[in-house]
Write a protein that binds this ligand. Structure first.
Ligand code: NDP
Length: 318
């Protein structure tokens, strides 16, 4: 640790504690980079708000999201990653040494930074949605993760972009019927994705409709929707509700330094995790708007640690 005048200097600082951050830590620690990892606002990341994870290889019987992240963390600790509670509020990437400030004011200097701050799903913000999301009662923002639990049942999804269109067709293969609720009279999704939805018989479209309430006390029992043109209300008898209205990458603190797209996803050089700043790498959902899976995040976490190690070796810093 540092005193007030001389900030602590580390070889590798990892920001974020989802599958990407912990995997980067495991690889960096085993390469003797002595990584320091700041867990951020939501230790364990998005997986800690999901229930059962059944699609992560190596867990044949499935595992809950929080338990899986505990396993990731323990594996990172086993190789002596310095895992710290706290979140980074400010960075300065002007010089060869990267400066980072934590919320308690601590300043840290690092030769390499691995950003794995993730992304957050956007929610409608209805109290009934949040209640049934937090208790695992059937509200989800990931059809690929949770759709399987609703096979043979009737579900609903809201959103009109590519994600919603892709997830609606995915759900339609598992479920008897999928109600797709769009707030406008048209899709935002690409024509190709729209066509797939329109050609899927068991997807029923509800244009110009907005969700008013998710019904059910412990589990989803239905959805109350309202037509925003004529005010007509309807109840849909569904057992699962998927929200697909976009994600927000947690990258605001980097906007003065790193190239990002208009939503905030960090750009990286092709086939690598290098950002536009030397020694700063991105892994996981902070730089991936397409796949967004735990296993792909872990994969890019590994890549970022290997890129950081090679960068340090080339600069003769290790
Ligand atoms: P988008 O921002 O593209 O779409 C969000 C959708 O949610 C829009 O239809 C929007 O409605 C709707 N929406 C937003 N807020 C609300 C709200 N409060 N209530 C109801 N509806 C709401 O997000 P996506 O996640 O779909 O896509 C993000 C990016 O990722 C896009 O660039 C997309 O092309 C890309 N992508 C690509 C894929 C692929 O290539 N296979 C797969 C998935 C995503 P409105 O249209 O009225 O604004």
């Amino acid at each position: 640790m540092s005193n007030q005048n001389t900030p602590e200097h580390v070889k590798c600082l990892i920001i974020g504690s989802g599958p990407a951050g912990y995997t980067a830590a495991i690889y960096a620690a085993r390469a003797d980079l002595n990584p320091v990892l700041y867990q951020g606002m939501e230790p364990g990341g998005q997986l800690t708000t999901t229930t059962e994870v059944e699609n992560y290889p190596g867990y044949p019987d499935g595992k809950t999201g929080p338990e899986m992240m505990e396993d990731f963390m323990n594996q990172a600790k086993r190789f002596k990653t310095d895992i710290r509670n706290g979140f980074v509020t400010k960075v300065n990437f002007t010089g060869p040494v990267h400066k980072v400030w934590v919320e308690d004011g601590t300043e840290i200097h690092a030769d390499t930074i691995i950003i794995s701050t993730g992304a957050s799903a956007k929610w409608l913000g209805l109290p009934s949605e949040q209640k049934l999301r937090m208790n695992g009662g059937g509200v989800s923002a990931c059809a690929v993760c949770d759709g399987f639990f609703y096979r043979g049942q009737e579900v609903a999804i809201t959103g009109g972009g590519d994600t919603a269109a892709e997830e609606a067709t995915y759900l339609a293969k598992l479920c008897t019927k999928v109600h797709m609720i769009l707030r406008r009279d048209e899709f935002r999704a690409s024509k190709a994705m729209q066509k797939r939805v329109l050609n899927t018989k068991n997807i029923e479209l509800h244009y110009n409709n907005e969700v008013q309430e998710v019904l059910g006390d412990q589990v989803v029992e239905g959805l109350r929707i309202k037509n925003n043109i004529n005010g007509e209300e309807k109840t849909l008898a569904v057992t699962g509700f998927f929200v697909a209205i976009g994600h927000k990458p947690n990258t605001d603190i980097f906007k003065d330094w790193l190239d990002m797209d208009d939503v905030g996803y960090l750009k990286h050089k092709p086939n690598s995790t290098h950002t536009n700043i030397e020694g700063v790498f991105v892994s996981g959902d902070a730089g991936d708007k397409i796949y967004r899976q735990a296993v792909t995040a872990a994969g890019t976490g590994c890549m970022a640690a290997l890129d950081a190690e090679r960068y340090l070796a080339a600069k003769e810093l290790i």
